[in-house]
Design a protein around this ligand. Structure first.
Ligand SMILES: NC(=O)C1=CN([C@@H]2O[C@H](COP(=O)(O)OP(=O)(O)OC[C@H]3O[C@@H](n4cnc5c(N)ncnc54)[C@H](OP(=O)(O)O)[C@@H]3O)[C@@H](O)[C@H]2O)C=CC1
Ligand SMILES: O=C1O[C@H](COP(=O)(O)O)[C@@H](O)[C@H](O)[C@H]1O
Length: 501
């Protein structure tokens, strides 16, 4: 469901002085404002412990927009909608102050009692805030009330269940918007369109014609200042439980009977239910973990993970995961979905490669032509687009083949598209469209899958860490994982849309 309406709401941001708010949320809100999607009837209340005034807050918001977008047109008008209330999440009294300010702004901007609460804070506070929002009367409102909740949603299934039960005391499932920012990326949203709006893909989209699917999401950055969180999370919880599994679900799901939130989510849930559980001794046959050592990125020397700030020098935390997922249903029987993700790799790149099966016979082999497999490459970031790798005839008087690439480049959006993803998702929430947010059932099933793997990894110290150099594409075992099935990882750095023209 999407419309181009403008929307009226109060947005209350918990964690308003933090990194996410500054780098992603304020620039996204500014974009929406500039595009006329927020109209004049909106107000933002920022809250955190820092004792800022409204003016200091507005100056920070302007600064973050200027830094991210370099734009100052309409910035003063935009910033005038921002208000700040210092507040400690555990202190009941300050929720009363927030409630009073919300009431005042409701009348001033004619917000019809619509409220979005955005929890951009450390996850240990999510439950407490949700409790207070109800007990201190902030959710008693005449309009809609919606809760946007950042990742991670729990640390494992048990903690996620507890958190879910707690927030469900204050919000109904349809009022909860669990963010997975990959679901806001243009080309992730395009997966469904590519599959379900093209006559020639859907008939081929199954085990008869697809040999394997590879999803790579590599980063050049290391752990940066996030070691306190990352040491307990690792790449499996940080990237696989959410973003990687969500992409798998979109690639593997059945066509929904209609494009409604419930129908799409229900098809994704069926994929998670069909995921072959990997546990115990099987884990190391299906999954490979890695941790970066020192190396060089863009010609600059960088430290290994164990030397990063706040990281245990003996850390057993994985900064890289490669895995083979099997979806045990009729459509996907026998087709491996390979995933890999990690920090400090060669390139910042997210790509999906769908490799089709070889044709039954090569008629051109007398010319010693090696036929390349057909590939569909979906470029998620930094370049956005689609490439089809085909075989065509070489020009001239011969019957020789030549690999060719048909390319669609999503012009005008070359870069890391995270702010745009937040913009889309914020707008979806304003519209009450939860399709691109994760339902509790998806979260629960993906934790159930991931927990079995982390159980094994946490109970066995890796004797090989660090096992890949910064600036590489991960440990050798990740290559072996795919090679033992007769495949290899397609080189994502050779597959850029620009290179395919
Ligand atoms: N940063 C990013 O790129 C991403 C972040 N996320 C998620 O977003 C959330 C926020 O992350 P991030 O912005 O990086 O975190 P930060 O540590 O930068 O910000 C935390 C915020 O919480 C406030 N805060 C801390 N303790 C309290 C308290 N007791 N009462 C009230 N406010 C408090 C801090 O402000 P003050 O000190 O003034 O109180 C600050 O505004 C996390 O769940 C994270 O996992 C998800 C994806 C990417
Ligand atoms: O959620 C997260 O995602 C980022 C990667 O996001 P991207 O949009 O830049 O691809 C990752 O760096 C971070 O560790 C993780 O928490």
């Amino acid at each position: 469901m999407t419309t181009n309406e403008t929307h009226t709401s109060l947005i209350m941001i918990f964690g308003a002085t933090g990194d996410l708010a500054k780098r992603k949320l304020y620039p996204s809100l500014f974009h929406l404002y500039r595009k006329g999607k927020l109209a004049d009837k909106f107000a933002i209340i920022g809250t955190a412990r820092s004792p800022w005034t409204h003016e200091e807050f507005r100056a920070n918001v302007k600064d973050s927009v200027l830094t991210a977008l370099g734009s100052n047109e309409q910035i003063d008008d935009f910033a005038s909608h921002f208000y700040y209330q210092p507040h400690d999440v555990t202190d009941s009294e300050s929720y009363i102050k927030l409630r009073n300010l919300a009431g005042e702004l409701d009348s001033k901007y004619e917000l019809q009692g619509n409220r979005i609460f955005y929890l951009a804070m450390a996850p240990e506070f999510f439950g407490t805030i949700a409790d207070h929002l109800k007990s201190d009367g902030l959710t008693e409102t005449e309009g809609f009330k919606r809760l946007i909740i950042e990742k991670p949603f729990g640390h494992d299934l048990e903690s996620a269940e507890k958190l879910n039960a707690q927030i469900r005391q204050s919000f109904a499932e349809e009022e909860i918007y669990r963010i997975d920012h990959y679901l806001g990326k243009a080309m992730v949203q395009n997966i469904e369109v590519i599959r379900f709006a093209n006559a020639f893909f859907e008939p081929l989209w199954n085990h008869r014609y697809i040999s394997n699917i590879q999803i790579t999401s590599s980063e050049k950055l290391g752990v940066e200042e996030r070691a306190r969180y990352y040491e307990k999370s690792g790449a499996l919880r940080d990237m696989v439980q959410n973003h990687m599994l969500q992409m798998v679900a979109l690639l593997a799901m059945e066509p929904p009977i209609r494009l409604s939130t419930d129908e799409i989510r229900s098809e994704k849930v069926k994929v998670f239910r069909a995921l072959r559980p990997i546990e115990g001794e099987e884990v190391n046959n299906y999954f490979v973990r890695g941790q970066y050592g020192p190396g060089s990125i863009d010609g600059e020397k960088v430290e290994g993970y164990r030397n990063e700030l706040n990281v245990d020098p003996q850390s057993n935390t994985e900064t890289f995961v490669a895995g083979k997922l099997m979806i045990d249903n009729f459509r996907w029987a026998g087709v491996p979905f390979y995933i890999r993700t990690g920090k400090r790799m060669t390139a910042k790149s997210t790509k999906i490669v769908v490799q089709f099966k070889d044709i039954p016979m090569n008629l051109y082999k007398n010319n010693h032509d090696q036929l390349n497999p057909n590939l569909l490459v979906i470029h998620i970031q930094p370049d956005e687009g689609i490439t089809l790798h085909l075989n065509a005839k070489k020009s001239g008087q011969n019957m020789q083949t030549n690999p060719v690439k048909l390319n669609f480049s999503n012009e005008g959006s070359n870069g890391i598209n995270t702010p745009e993803a937040y913009e889309k998702l914020l707008y979806d929430c304003l519209q009450g469209d939860a399709t691109n947010f994760t339902h509790w059932d998806e979260v629960a099933l993906s934790w159930r899958f991931v927990d079995k793997i982390s159980e094994v990894w946490e109970n066995t110290t890796s004797s090989t860490f660090p096992n890949y150099s910064s600036g590489s594409m991960g440990p050798d075992d990740a290559d072996k994982l795919v090679e033992k099935d007769g495949f290899f990882w397609w080189n994502v750095t050779d597959l850029d849309v620009e290179d395919c023209k």
